[in-house]
Design a protein around this ligand. Sequence first.
Ligand code: NAP
Length: 234
Amino acid sequence: MTKQSASNTVLLIGASRGLGHAMACEYLQRGWRVIATGRAQSTDSLARLALQHPDALRVETVDITVPDEIAALRARLEGEVIDLLFVNAGVTNADEETTATVSTEEFVRVMVTNALSPLRVVAAFEALVPASGTIGVMSSGQGSLANNTNGAHDVYRGSKAALNMYMRSFAARHADDPRTLLLMAPGWVQTDMGGPGARLTIADSIPNLMDTITAQSGTPGLQYLDYLGRTVPW
Ligand SMILES: NC(=O)c1ccc[n+]([C@@H]2O[C@H](COP(=O)([O-])OP(=O)(O)OC[C@H]3O[C@@H](n4cnc5c(N)ncnc54)[C@H](OP(=O)(O)O)[C@@H]3O)[C@@H](O)[C@H]2O)c1
């Protein structure tokens, strides 16, 4: 399952590096039209990719924590049909920081970026996604309450758990919606965020994660899945 119709369009939010950039590269390989976003200061990697795919890749900018930037991108994309809206953008905080030690400012930065802003993006762009389409957000296995047995990275965990809750609320508010809704856990992957000691390479995770997204196409409602298509306990 590697080739898709050239008519499929994906809007990838947060594709300047790491997992999002790998998804942009892989969707282009699979023949999709890709609209990929960086922040204003981080579009160089996408601009280089666009030189290789001038017709298939459109590079856009948005900082998801700035509502005016979301609104401006939404206006620029008016009239697009987005088969897959995928919000990948996310941040973490220092490993050693817990809810006991984190500053309020840092806590707010992680929560606003990982939990509030993805849902603002979903709310802004969902009207461009047809009934056959998919709306996905990059969560994490660390967003699972059930699997939290060691308490590490608790600020980040809390932000992804909140993200999961807000997607469940979105799904509940759209109970008759025929579209596929996904929270994805990519595994622990070697990126700037995951670090060099992570268990998986991008090549281990991203093609499988994308196959999992494709396999769910046409299945309505919300699922929380890992990169191999296994359900993650909430
Ligand atoms: N790597 C892992 O092991 C792992 C595991 C589970 C879940 N995840 C999740 O997977 C996603 C991608 O992670 P990654 O490992 O690829 O991280 P990364 O290498 O740090 O890349 C993060 C991406 O998010 C973008 N981003 C951050 N804040 C943003 C904002 N306010 N507005 C727009 N874009 C923003 C970054 O853009 P800039 O270049 O502009 O900063 C970058 O493209 C995140 O949601 C992360 O939580 C990762």
